[in-house]
Design a protein around this ligand. Structure first.
Ligand SMILES: *Cc1c(COP(=O)(O)O)cnc(C)c1O
Length: 393
């Protein structure tokens, strides 16, 4: 990296920047994970994380990334040969599908164009057709990080109930949790998968899963072999604040501090801040005359904005120029949209001036890279932020 002064602008949609208070909490001396002091920490984070999921039920915290928690969701609830319904919202939905197939799950996939969120109506129709109830779970991505679209999970629950279908509802909120309100119990979610390095403002290293009583019942009957991911061992140890094997102790210090930070701001304020910064980012993109990848206004993500490059311009080349010129990291286009889009992360520890700095980095890079645009993005974002200052609660 050429620039070493000031700060690096990390604007990928996860890992997100880590607040100093969290970094300092993580740097505390390690303690014995079988001692009473640890049990107090364990109980605080295991209870505290429930407030972010809005659940009364157990939440599992693994030393893993989000992908590990994806696997835990599958191996604890499904059996080889089971059928599930998934929706192709983008890269992450397809990755979860590939994982399910590797575990011998048959995936009924509702195809998508990578520009829209989940359509609950198509789910209801498929479930209606499944008279024999062969579909064991509906698995969807809450915030599809590859395209910047957020799906309405409450409406997916309504679609399942509308079809009077017993399928489990499993949700990837890996990039949603902590940035977008999640109501695990109210929405009737059975398994919700998350991680530490996105909305929770932590380093990577924790894979998280919230469960429902129905998911737990399924886990007592399913036939998939597992050991490390087994919920029953975890729940037994967690009841006393402990873990079956060595937990990521220092990341749990960090999680305790992250939860404190989020509650100091107020969860509803955290979510409102994300929405406001996202709207300012979209104003900037429109100001530049560029196109937002997600075509559904209602579904635009509070977490990140994916921007289509004009024809004939490569997004990865543009991102390289931005990094070299201004020390800003923008998110790359994944698989199907590689080279075609770049993504601006505005999640976690972000505020008006950090966002304006990032948007200035994008506008200046568009100029340096010779990408056709109008130099009106910053002005539009500024106008949005100043006009909505009073909305900041
Ligand atoms: C980041 C992400 C994942 C993968 O999480 P890892 O922590 O990288 O394993 C899964 N789903 C979504 C929606 C994501 O954004």
């Amino acid at each position: 990296m050429v620039q070493t002064s000031g700060q690096h602008f990390l604007h990928i949609p996860g890992p997100s920047p880590i607040p100093d208070r969290i970094l300092r909490a993580i740097s505390a001396p390690i303690i014995d994970h079988r001692c009473e002091e640890f049990a107090r920490l364990g109980r605080i984070v295991l209870d505290g994380i429930k407030t972010v999921f809005n659940t009364q039920h157990p939440v599992m915290i693994y030393p893993a990334s989000g992908t590990g928690a994806w696997e835990a969701a599958i191996v604890n609830t499904l059996s080889p040969g089971d059928k599930v319904l998934m929706v192709e919202t983008g890269h992450f939905a397809m990755q979860w599908r590939h994982m399910a197939e590797k575990w011998g799950i048959e995936v009924d996939l509702i195809p998508g164009d990578w520009r829209h969120p989940v359509n609950p109506q198509t789910i209801e129709t498929r479930l209606h057709e499944d008279k024999s109830h062969s579909i064991k779970a509906v698995m969807v991505v809450h915030n599809e990080t590859s395209i910047g679209a957020t799906s309405a999970i409450d409406k997916v629950r309504k679609a399942i109930d509308g079809a009077h279908h017993p399928a489990l509802l499993m949700v990837d909120t890996v990039s949603g949790l902590g940035s977008i309100e999640f109501r695990h119990d109210d929405w009737g979610v059975d398994v919700a998968v998350a991680c530490s390095q996105k909305g929770l403002m932590m380093p990577p290293g924790l894979g998280i899963a919230a469960l429902s009583p129905k998911a737990l019942a399924a886990s007592r009957q399913n036939k998939m072999p597992r050991s490390f991911w087994d919920w029953s061992d975890m729940i037994k140890a967690n009841e006393l604040g402990f873990f079956p094997s060595t937990p990521a102790t220092n990341l749990l210090y960090g999680l305790r501090e992250a939860l404190t930070l989020m509650h100091e701001e107020g969860l509803s304020n955290v979510y409102a801040r994300h929405k406001r910064l996202a709207a300012a980012t979209r104003a900037a993109v429109r100001g530049w005359g560029l196109e937002i990848l997600c075509l559904d206004e209602e579904a635009h993500s509070p977490v990140l904005t994916a921007v289509l490059m004009p024809e004939g311009h490569n997004a990865d080349h543009f991102r390289q120029i931005a990094l070299k010129s201004f020390d800003i990291s923008l998110g790359m286009g994944l698989s199907k949209v590689a080279g075609k889009v770049f993504r601006i992360g505005h999640l976690g520890s972000c505020n008006d001036l950090l966002l304006m700095g990032a948007l200035a980095g994008v506008e200046m890079s568009l100029k340096v890279a010779g990408v056709p645009h109008r130099a009106e993005g910053l002005i539009a974002a500024r106008d949005h932020l100043t006009a909505t200052l009073s909305c900041q609660v």
